[in-house]
Design a protein around this ligand. Structure first.
Ligand SMILES: Nc1ncnc2c1ncn2[C@@H]1O[C@H](COP(=O)(O)OP(=O)(O)OP(=O)(O)O)[C@@H](O)[C@H]1O
Ligand SMILES: [Mg+2]
Length: 362
């Protein structure tokens, strides 16, 4: 009898034992409407989406990014992680919102180590938080450059925000292997799937259940992030209050494929809010940076990106092409990874969790 070649799992175990490498990353996105888990297998040459789990969260358990009912949220996280079928509870998650600031700054060209020392001082000039309670990180954007100045992307997050996220996970029996920033994780998945959008000024807008993250990329660098409190929840409430629809009926319209006069009516107001948010962010950028030019296009993701007619309305209003971003455009998807889900209906919601799972948590 011929000896059997070791199966993939045995081989993977061997490789892991030899190099201590973890082959999969679990990305966990705790949204106010849906908890989303994406598992990406990094053991082969290119990343492969191995599993997606989406668990609804009861209304008001998270309101505007704040956890109101930790028990409900930790139960939902626990359940979602169980469903993804891995033993590991090490996850990559992210923080965002107004307690996270990203800023592109210019400083004199120095070595990485020296830049690290300068950063706290720089942050004091640029970040309106108490420096004692903040976590800082940075990236030199042009490390190979030779000018007297260099561009640095500075990110500051309130320590309490990170600590409460870690606590939430630990209460759910999980461990935060890495705490990322929403804007960077979104960017990460966007870059892999839409390499053509990495030049010029581009907006990446994640319209969620309660919050819309506005991210602006300049030549592929995520230089600005802002949140506004508009999402599908507001759309649904408008449909109920102003158009007399029931909650289920309203939700069906929002998640459907067809435009309707009801939708058009609420999109007019809420779409305007989103458009103004994008315009303000772009205007802020133009006033604070020399390089910023006209925004050339806008990509939408998140559950709200699916609202029929929203992309068209934003395009008309902003006078730029607006299209749907797809986090699965350029990623290999394992058979069965999206079992129980309708791929086209869930894909727009997966930009953040896939961006998280693309990290290789060592
Ligand atoms: N296939 C789908 N399944 C479930 N909800 C969907 C779907 N498509 C669109 N939606 C809508 O998208 C919303 C969830 O979007 P998303 O997952 O982006 O928000 P979230 O991350 O939970 O919220 P937030 O980021 O604002 O905290 C739902 O509340 C629903 O209205
Ligand atoms: Mg979200």
């Amino acid at each position: 009898m011929r000896p059997q070649a070791p199966g993939h799992s045995q081989l993977d175990q061997l490789v892991m034992a030899l190099f201590g490498r973890r082959k999969s990353t679990i990305g966990l996105d705790v949204g106010s409407g849906l908890i989303k888990v994406a598992v990406i297998d990094h053991s082969r040459g290119e990343p492969e989406l191995a599993r997606v789990v989406v668990t609804p969260l009861l209304a008001d358990a998270i309101v505007e990014g704040e956890v109101m009912d930790p028990g409900i949220v930790t139960d939902a996280i626990r359940m979602a992680l169980e469903q993804c079928g891995l033993k590991s509870r090490d996850v990559v998650t992210a923080v965002g919102g107004r307690d996270v600031i990203i800023k592109k700054i210019q400083i004199e060209r120095v070595k990485e180590q020296q830049a690290r020392e300068l950063m706290r001082w720089e942050a004091e000039q640029h970040v309106p938080f108490d420096m004692e309670s903040v976590e800082l990180d940075f990236q030199i954007l042009d490390p190979e450059g030779s000018g007297v100045d260099m561009s640095v992307l500075l990110v500051a997050a309130k320590r309490e925000l990170i600590e409460s996220k870690i606590r939430l996970l630990s209460d759910a029996g999980a461990r935060a292997a890495m705490v990322d920033v929403d804007a960077f994780a979104l960017h990460n998945a966007f870059e892999v799937n839409h390499p053509d959008a990495m030049s010029g000024v581009v907006g990446l807008i994640n319209v969620g259940h309660e919050v819309t993250n506005i991210n602006i990329l300049d030549d592929g660098v995520p230089i600005l992030t802002r949140d506004i409190t508009v999402g599908t929840r507001r759309f649904r409430e408008d449909l109920q209050r102003e158009r007399g629809l029931g909650a289920d009926e309203a939700e069906a319209l929002l998640q459907g494929y067809d435009r309707s006069p009801h939708l058009d009516a609420v999109i007019e107001g809420r779409g305007e809010e989103i458009a103004v948010g994008i315009e303000r962010a772009a205007a802020f950028l133009a006033s604070s940076s020399r390089s910023a030019s006209q925004m050339r296009s806008v990509f939408l993701c998140g559950g709200g990106a699916r609202v029929p007619g929203l992309a068209e309305a934003l395009g008309r209003r902003l006078r730029v092409p607006v299209e749907l971003a797809n986090p699965l455009a350029n990623i290999r998807v394992r058979e069965g990874a999206l079992d129980g889900l309708v791929t086209d209906e869930i894909a727009p919601l997966l930009m953040l969790p896939i961006g998280l799972a693309l990290r290789k948590a060592a």
